[in-house]
Design a protein around this ligand. Structure first.
Ligand code: DGL
Length: 259
């Protein structure tokens, strides 16, 4: 079965990277909405409309299962996507909620993400459903997406900004931190260093890929490990730097096609 994965841009390639690692040879089609990125600063209505359009495009490309790799779209539009289309829909929030609920010891969980993700309060609702009494503390981190896209992955400025965002969560004694944005796995080492040893981080890209793998295995649809990969990567706008940035997210060569 072909996996269709979409994101507001190229950040969702962090999810593709894990899917490829765990399910080599599985056919996939990716759509990055680079013409309309970012989603994290947009309204609920707009994000929902874009998510429905992105899904429709992937289904037209033959996807049989959808993965919403974007946290902003997952937080706001996953129910709309699941209601509108009859294919299985995965998103990045639920697997990270489950993992956070599993690993926390003191039931105090911090979430970092875009404004859209944090303001959706999806984690505030979902985590206590699984873990009664859990305290969820969200912190919007709007500066991190542009810093990662600029490739400022080791810079002092990035470390300072991460520290500023995480400090209030540490002060309120979270022991678990969900990296609730496609871009954060690229600065995971900085986030972990600033969070400190006592805080466990949750990487939704890995948790989502694991959930998709379990589903495909259970439905008998996983590809033979060595079958040649049928992979296509579409974007809605192809600027000169896009492929270079995309390579960083995927961790290897990539050929982008304009949708
Ligand atoms: N992909 C988005 C997310 O994970 C980050 C970039 C954006 O704001 O569109 O929320």
């Amino acid at each position: 079965m072909k996996i269709g994965i979409f994101d507001s841009g190229i950040g969702g390639l962090t999810v593709v990277r894990e899917i490829r690692r765990l399910m080599p040879g599985q056919p996939l089609v990716y759509f990055g909405d680079t013409a309309r990125t970012p989603y994290g600063t947009k309204s609920r209505a707009t994000i929902t409309r874009y998510a429905l359009e992105d899904t429709r495009f992937l289904l037209e490309q033959g996807a049989g299962i959808i993965v919403i790799a974007c946290h902003s779209a997952s937080s706001i539009a996953s129910a709309a996507v699941a209601n509108e289309f009859s294919v299985p829909v995965f998103e990045v929030v639920s697997p990270s909620v489950e993992q956070a609920a599993r690993v926390t010891r003191n039931r105090r969980i911090g979430i970092i993400g875009t404004r859209a993700t944090i303001e959706s309060r999806v984690y505030d609702h979902k985590i206590p459903e699984l873990l009664p009494g859990a305290v969820v503390l969200g912190m919007p981190c709007p500066l991190l997406v542009p810093l990662v896209e600029e490739g400022w992955l080791k810079r002092r400025e990035t470390r300072m900004i991460v520290r500023k965002y995480i400090r209030p969560l540490k002060e309120r004694q979270v022991d678990t931190l969900v990296m609730g944005c496609t871009h954060y796995p690229l600065i995971k080492d900085i986030i972990e260093a600033k969070a400190g040893k006592r805080i466990v981080t949750v990487d939704p890209s890995l948790q989502t890929a694991l959930a998709v793998k379990r589903f495909l295995e259970a439905s008998g649809d996983s590809a033979e490990p060595d079958s040649p990969g049928d992979e296509r990567y579409f974007v809605s706008d192809l600027a000169p730097a896009t492929e270079e940035i995309a390579r960083r997210f995927l961790g290897g060569k990539i050929k982008l096609e304009k949708a």
